[in-house]
Design a protein around this ligand. Structure first.
Ligand code: FAD
Ligand code: NAI
Length: 465
């Protein structure tokens, strides 16, 4: 060890990198973390999970007041939007949490190397003109927005923006066109729709939210349409023309056909994200990328290059903060000689719209490809708490192996689906059967009872439908 400055040098302080660095330090390893941004926390804390949830939360209150949901419960208000204040509380949420990571670094004695890191060799990294050596280097550089060829994003101008620009709009657009009906498009599209924008989502595929269970995708489309979003499915964008503060978006059917022009004050490009690998100097250490531009690792998160590891959005798997965090924990434990494992079969995914949309494990389609399944469904309309709270939309679906009854996947659309899905993930992690869930006592009245009833429905015995 004496030969190296650090036992562990992590590149990138997002949820993967900062968690990995803190755990490595907790395990007694001398640790540094290089981060080029002005604040720690990566995409998630600075321009992703946290600011988007701050706006989703605030805009939900606005809509509840404006759209009549509060009046239905006897609370009469006439809300007025103060976007500056709403944006201010978003910034406060971000600075509070990013500052918190800086505090945790100090507390755990993780050195923050300020600047973008570049490999000189597998154990030497340059940051802001200085070189540092480390026995282990963890690449946790995350991801950035995938550009749409021919469409120039200019967040400062605020007409054609990516998710970062869409978080920072200083006025509610009259018309917003969202390119991509995935997680970002639906979350940020919901924010601006609730605040008054006419939102049109243009999605290349025939349904929103690829990768999710088909029942969920179809139900989501119905709900978003009911909420007033215009959905243009099976549609592709062929051009965006910006004139001053307005844009014209030309679209046509994905398979070809007549073009249509959509007017927009803001165009949000949200067609996916791609790994951050440019400028890292991977050629200097002989590390190649796979066809999707990702760094491949084995199940320990070791790359093919001895002493170099990788985690988070830069490696294959869902681009989610909690996946990155768990990989951060695991890689630190593996470097320390312990056994760090991430079960990639049980990673929940949540779309924080209203209702929330969540799932863990296999879709019904994927499960059926593996063998016979039993499926139980329960509508939120029949859940007493959801009904009482005026939240009738959605359902829970439990998919179990037909022979063993082991739970293979759980999908929820419900106001608090993101919270409900945790119990499904835990059950699956423990190898539960649908019967195990059905016979677990759930508190009443809770939305989670819908998971119990959907599990009961797997064998045909729900009570409330
Ligand atoms: P990142 O968080 O991307 O962090 C990587 C860091 O590395 C960055 O800070 C970058 O500056 C730094 N870096 C890159 N290259 C270098 C270098 N050479 N030297 C030094 N530093 C470098 N996920 C969820 O689970 N839940 C959500 O609600 C959610 N909402 C999201 C909303 C939006 C709008 C977006 C864009 C993403 C959202 N995500 C969400 C995804 C989530 O943000 C990512 O999956 C997560 O941040 C990935 O963590 P990471 O540590 O791999 O990388
Ligand atoms: P995404 O992969 O979720 O969705 C992109 C959508 O764009 C897909 O539906 C795709 O079919 C469509 N698309 C691709 N090219 C297109 C084109 N040319 N025209 C029209 N549609 C096109 O990607 P998104 O929404 O950009 O999010 C990126 C990542 O960030 C995701 O992987 C997600 O996991 C993560 N994220 C997670 C959140 C959460 O956990 N709540 C919130 C926001 C982002």
């Amino acid at each position: 060890m004496a030969d190296y400055d650090y036992d562990v040098l992590v590149i990138g302080a997002g949820p993967g990198g900062y968690v990995g660095a803190i755990r490595a330090a907790q395990l007694g390893l001398k640790t540094a973390c290089a981060e080029g941004r002005e604040t720690l926390g990566g995409t998630c804390l600075n321009v992703g999970c946290i600011p988007s949830k701050a706006l989703l939360h605030a805009s939900e209150y606005f809509e509840a007041a404006k759209g009549g949901a509060m009046a239905k419960m006897g609370i009469k208000v006439t809300p007025e939007l103060d976007l500056d204040v709403m944006q201010g509380q978003r910034k406060d949420a971000v600075s509070g949490l990013t500052g918190g990571i800086e505090f945790l670094f100090k507390k755990n004695k993780v050195d923050w190397l300020k600047g973008y890191a570049q490999f000189k060799d597998a154990h030497t990294v340059e940051v802001a003109g200085k070189t540092y050596t480390a026995k282990n280097v963890v690449i946790a550089t995350g991801s950035s927005v995938t550009p749409l060829p021919g469409v120039e994003i200019d967040n400062a101008k605020g007409v054609v923006v990516d998710s970062t620009g869409a978080l920072e709009l200083s006025a509610v657009p009259k018309k917003m066109v969202v390119i991509g009906g995935g997680v970002i498009g639906l979350e940020l599209g919901s924010v601006w729709r609730r605040l008054g924008a006419e939102v049109t989502v243009v999605e290349f595929l025939d349904q929103l939210l690829p990768g999710m269970d088909m029942d969920v995708r179809k139900e989501a489309s119905k709900i978003f349409k009911k909420q007033g979003m215009t959905l243009k499915l099976s549609t592709k964008v062929t051009g965006v023309e910006v004139k001053g503060k307005k844009a014209k978006v030309t679209v046509e059917p994905s398979k070809g056909g007549d073009a249509e022009v959509l007017d927009a004050d803001v165009v949000l490009v949200a067609i996916g994200r791609r790994p951050n690998v440019d400028g890292l100097g991977l050629d200097k250490i002989g590390l190649e990328l796979n066809q999707r531009g990702q760094i491949e690792t084995d199940h320990d998160f070791a790359t093919k290059v001895d002493g170099v590891w990788a985690i988070g959005d830069v490696i294959p798997g869902p681009m989610l903060a909690h996946k990155a965090e768990d990989e951060g924990l695991a890689v630190a434990e593996n470097i320390a000689g312990l056994t760090g494992i991430v079960n990639h079969d049980v990673i929940p995914g949540v779309v924080y719209t209203q209702p929330e949309i969540a799932g863990v494990g296999l879709t019904e389609e994927a499960a059926k490809e593996r063998g016979a399944v039993k499926v139980g469904k329960f509508p939120m309309l029949a859940n007493s708490r959801a009904k009482t709270n005026h939240e009738p939309d959605g359902f829970v679906k439990v998919i179990a192996d037909a022979e063993t009854d082991r739970v293979l996947g759980v999908w929820c659309i419900a106001s608090v689906a993101g919270t409900m899905i945790a119990q499904a993930a835990q059950a699956m992690e423990f190898g539960a059967t649908s019967e195990d869930i059905a016979y677990t006592c759930h508190a009443h009245p809770t939305h989670s009872e819908a998971i119990k009833e959907a599990a009961m429905a797997v064998t045909g015995k729900p009570i409330h439908i």
